[in-house]
Design a binder for this molecule. Structure first.
Ligand SMILES: *Cc1c(COP(=O)(O)O)cnc(C)c1O
Length: 471
């Protein structure tokens, strides 16, 4: 064995102890840490003949990077829809690294990891009150979940006219309808060879909404004259967290022949709030659903699931099977994840989620979700009550989409946000909504408290004074 490796093996315990203490220190000071950094990458290392060994490597890492690691897992990182990590989720994640399983087969090689994944999928279906006849699996994020779901939808479309797109390639334009798909859906259409331009945009409802206009949807469906199509709906848009009317779509499902996909990356967790769960009424009729776990469930990146109806198992296998590897057995008889999703080798991504669900239960997840909603409303009330700010849309769930008050201040939104983010106390991201420059604050982190909102609102007021002074 290499000498450095041998030494690290001997000192394994103190190495892991050092990382544990460093991690605890990071988490203990999380709230005080900057939410962004302006630092640029320093002098890159060159690969040496002799390595440093793990302990010296940790030292070097700390000198170069540790201080620059931002508090994206902390309570005031409101950009994108970025969750944190609960203690149980971190435990599961660490163990998943240590066990280093290659999560594939349920039976055959005698490894239990895929069974843990399936058990975790059942727990999630239960959490979301979805029926049991979905096949689910873990992928890196909602982007890959959308990709996986739409890949099976593509195969389904082909089968409607006796074609096998997985084998023979996509030979025709596929009909796709959507109102405001997430950027990752557009990206998936490009990756799948369906074409990112190739979807018909359905109108959104009137009255400052981002949800699909059901009448316009039905008009566009009729224009297809019975051809099969894919309908991509949103359970939570990222600007204003608007939901397509799931019940209305499920009614259409009885009349027309289409594949119904729901991107519920974070909106799925509305199911955990008794007050908001109605937003998902009817979603249990969907053919495929995307959910992120690294957002509102607060498990570490990379963690998302897809749910695809079990009756499409054959289509799913046709799309993802490793068909020239006879040693893998018949994919229809021996369930193996590598024939059901894009990746072949995979870590045990389910373990952090299993830990989180068992440790905190339905009630714990509900508390996280309701706290986020409360925090969003708290910030929303501040925005509404302040002359300097203006809501661009009502706070529908866990996002606040706002701007500076007054048309004349539109040109200052970007500078305001940049200065605010530069304080390092909060991170939000810019958006454009209804033709206006806006700002988005997204609440999913389990740590966020009212005190955090107050830290941010007082900083917002400071930045407004700065703008006035400079005017
Ligand atoms: C975040 C998000 C995605 C993309 O998710 P990743 O986990 O970043 O791949 C897709 N759809 C919606 C609605 C999202 O909020």
């Amino acid at each position: 064995m290499n000498e450095k490796l041998q030494k690290d093996l001997t000192n394994f315990e103190s190495l892991l102890e050092a990382v544990k203490l460093q991690g605890l220190d990071f988490l203990a000071t999380l709230s005080a840490r900057n939410t962004s950094t302006k630092a640029l990458h320093q002098e890159p290392e060159t690969l040496k003949i002799a390595g440093l060994g793990a302990f010296e490597t940790l030292k070097l890492f700390n000198e170069k990077f540790e201080e620059l690691i931002i508090a994206s897992t902390g309570p005031r990182y409101w950009g994108f829809v970025t969750g944190g990590s609960t203690p149980a989720a971190i435990m599961g994640d660490w163990l998943s690294t240590i066990y280093d399983q290659n999560t594939q087969s349920v039976k055959g090689q005698g490894d239990i990891s895929a069974a843990i994944e399936i058990e975790t999928i059942k727990l999630l279906l239960n959490l979301f009150e979805l029926p049991g006849d979905y096949i689910g699996g873990f992928v890196t994020g909602a982007t890959m979940s959308n990709f996986t779901s739409l890949a099976v939808a593509r195969q389904w479309i082909g089968k409607q006219t006796g074609k096998d797109f997985a084998k023979d390639g996509v030979s025709e334009k596929i009909n796709i309808l959507s109102a405001l798909p997430h950027s990752s859906i557009i990206k998936s259409l490009a990756m799948l060879g369906l074409g990112s331009n190739n979807f018909r945009r359905v109108k959104v409802e009137e009255g400052n909404r981002e949800s699909i206009d059901i009448n316009d949807l039905e008009t566009k469906i009729k224009e297809l004259h019975g051809q099969p199509f894919i309908l991509i709906t949103s359970a939570g848009t990222v600007n204003t967290v608007d939901f397509d009317d799931m019940q209305a779509v499920s009614n259409l499902k009885e009349k027309y022949n289409f594949w119904w996909h729901i991107d519920a990356a974070f909106g799925a967790f509305a199911k955990c709030s008794p007050k908001h769960k109605y937003l998902l009424n009817g979603w249990e009729q969907a053919d495929s659903i995307t959910v992120d776990c690294h957002k509102w469930l607060n498990v570490p990146y990379e963690s998302a699931v897809f749910f695809i109806r079990e009756k499409y198992k054959v289509l799913q296998v046709e799309t993802f099977q490793n068909s020239n590897a006879p040693y893998l057995g018949n994919p229809m008889e021996n369930f193996n994840y590598l024939n059901f999703l894009p990746e072949n080798s995979r870590r045990l991504k389910a373990l952090p989620v299993w830990f989180a669900l068992i440790a905190y239960g339905r009630e714990g997840i509900q508390d996280i979700v309701e706290n986020s909603i409360e925090m969003a409303n708290h910030l929303g009330k501040f925005v509404e009550s302040s002359e300097a700010f203006e809501l661009l849309a009502p706070v529908r769930l866990n996002n606040v989409c706002f701007t500076l008050g007054g048309e004349e201040n539109q040109s200052k939104v970007v500078v305001f946000l940049k200065n605010l983010n530069d304080t390092g106390k909060v991170f939000m991201i810019p958006t454009v909504y209804n033709g206006k420059n806006g700002i988005r604050a997204s609440f999913v982190n389990w740590r966020t408290t009212k005190q955090d909102i107050e830290i941010v609102t007082s900083e917002m007021v400071n930045q407004i004074s700065r703008i006035k002074e400079n005017a």
